[in-house]
Design a protein around this ligand. Structure first.
Ligand code: AMP
Ligand code: MG
Length: 332
C-alpha cells in the first residue's frame, strides 16, 4: 500500500500536524524563499537517512540545517564574530554558513556527511519560520529527486518525489518561491578565511562588502550539491573525512587485527569492539549509523583495521558503499 503525501495549506492545524510528523521521524516538504526543502528533524538519524533515500541520492552530501534564529545556530555550531556579523546582516535570508560543529551537539552526524562542520541557515519564508519555531532544527536539501531541477512550487515537489513515498508525510504549500535559486554557501573555518563554497541567492559581493574583504574561492574538492552545480566529483570527498585506521571492504572473514563494521546477520562471533550497522539488515538504519560508527571504531582501532562486511547495492546501499569506498580510498 502506498501512502499519499498531501499538499496542505499552511494553516496552524497543518503546521501542528507537520511538526508531529517530523517529531516521529517522517519527512515534510516546506517552502523557503530559495526553493522547497525536504525537511527532517535534524536530531533523528533515521529521519535524516530517509532524506537521502527519498531523493535517491547515490552519495551522502552534507545537508543544510535550517534554524529559526541565530541563537539556535550558536547552540550547535561555533558561531564566531564573522558568523554573527553575517547572520545579523543577511538572516533571515538566502545565506548559508558552514561552521565547526560543537562537539556536544545532538544534531545527526549524517547531516554533516561525517565532516566536523555543519551548514546552517535561517530562512525568511514565513511558513518555514513557523515550522521551525514548532519543530526545531530541520535538515533539508532541495525537495527534488537527485539530479533533477530544484522545486519552486508545491506541485513540483509532488511531481519530482512522487506523492506515494511513504516517508513524505506532506507538502506544505507556500506558493511560488520568491527567489527560486539555492542559498549562497559561505565557509567560515576557525583558522581560515571566509570562503565562497557555492554562489547563490545572496551575491558574493554583498557578503564581501559586509566583511570588508574578498572571499576566498572554494578549493576544487569542496563537496557540492549533485544537482545544482554538476561539480561534485567522485573520489574527492575522501580527503574531507576518512578514519585514521585503514579500511577493508566486503569482508566476511576476520581475525584479531580487525574491528568489524557488520551489517545484517554476523557470520561468526566478531572481534571485541566490533559494531553492527543494522543487525536486521535495514539500509536506512545502517545509513543512520554509518558516520557515528566509523568514528567509534576509529577511536578503538589502535592500529587495527576497520573491516566492513558487504552492504547490498540497492536503495541507500549505493550511497553507503560510495562513502565507504571513498573512506577506503588511498589517502592523500
Ligand atoms: P542543498 O541542500 O541541496 O541546497 O545543498 C547544500 C549545499 O551546501 C551543498 O552545496 C553542500 O555541499 C553545501 N554544504 C552543506 N554542508 C556543508 C559542509 N558541512 N561543508 C561544506 N559544504 C556544505
Ligand atoms: Mg539540491
Amino acid at each position: 500500500m502506498t501512502e499519499q503525501a498531501d499538499i496542505l495549506q499552511p494553516l496552524p492545524d497543518a503546521l501542528d500536524k507537520a511538526s508531529a510528523a517530523l517529531a516521529s521521524g517522517r519527512l515534510v516538504a516546506f517552502p523557503t524563499e530559495t526553493v522547497y526543502g525536504l525537511g527532517a528533524s535534524a536530531m533523528i538519524d533515521e529521519a535524516v537517512a530517509a532524506i537521502f533515500e527519498a531523493k535517491g541520492r547515490p552519495h551522502f552530501n552534507p545537508l543544510i540545517v535550517h534554524v529559526p534564529d541565530s541563537a539556535t545556530a550558536a547552540q550547535h555550531t561555533v558561531f564566531d564574530e564573522r558568523a554573527s556579523l553575517l547572520a545579523d546582516t543577511f538572516w533571515p535570508g538566502g545565506l548559508t554558513l558552514v561552521l565547526p560543529r560543537r562537539p556536544d551537539t545532538p544534531i545527526s552526524l549524517l547531516v554533516s556527511a561525517g565532516l566536523d562542520t555543519m551548514a546552517v541557515r535561517c530562512p525568511a519564508h514565513p511558513v518555514a519560520h513557523a515550522l521551525l519555531e514548532r519543530a526545531g532544527p530541520l535538515a533539508a536539501p532541495s525537495a527534488n529527486a537527485s539530479g533533477k531541477l530544484s522545486p519552486t512550487q508545491a506541485t513540483h515537489v509532488a511531481a519530482s518525489l512522487g506523492t506515494g513515498h511513504g516517508h513524505l508525510a506532506m507538502v506544505l504549500d507556500g506558493g511560488e518561491c520568491a527567489i527560486g535559486l539555492e542559498s549562497t554557501v559561505i565557509g567560515l573555518p576557525l583558522d581560515g578565511p571566509a570562503t565562497l563554497l557555492r554562489p547563490g541567492a545572496v551575491p558574493g559581493e554583498d557578503v564581501e562588502a559586509v566583511l570588508g574583504y574578498a572571499l576566498a574561492k572554494a578549493a576544487p574538492h569542496t563537496p557540492n550539491d549533485d544537482s545544482t552545480q554538476g561539480r561534485s566529483s567522485p573520489g574527492q570527498l575522501a580527503s574531507h573525512y576518512a578514519p585514521d585506521a585503514p579500511i577493508v571492504l566486503n569482508a566476511t572473514q576476520f581475525d584479531e587485527n580487525d574491528v568489524v563494521l557488520a551489517f545484517g546477520a554476523e557470520p561468526c562471533p566478531l572481534p571485541k569492539g566490533s559494531l553492527n550497522l543494522s543487525p536486521s539488515g535495514n539500509l536506512r538504519e545502517a545509513a543512520a549509523h554509518l558516520f557515528s560508527m566509523l568514528r567509534l571504531l576509529d577511536a578503538v582501532a589502535h592500529g587495527k583495521r576497520i573491516t566492513v562486511m558487504p552492504i547490498p547495492m540497492d536503495g541507500l546501499g549505493t550511497a553507503i558503499n560510495d562513502r565507504l569506498t571513498r573512506a577506503a580510498a588511498p589517502r592523500p
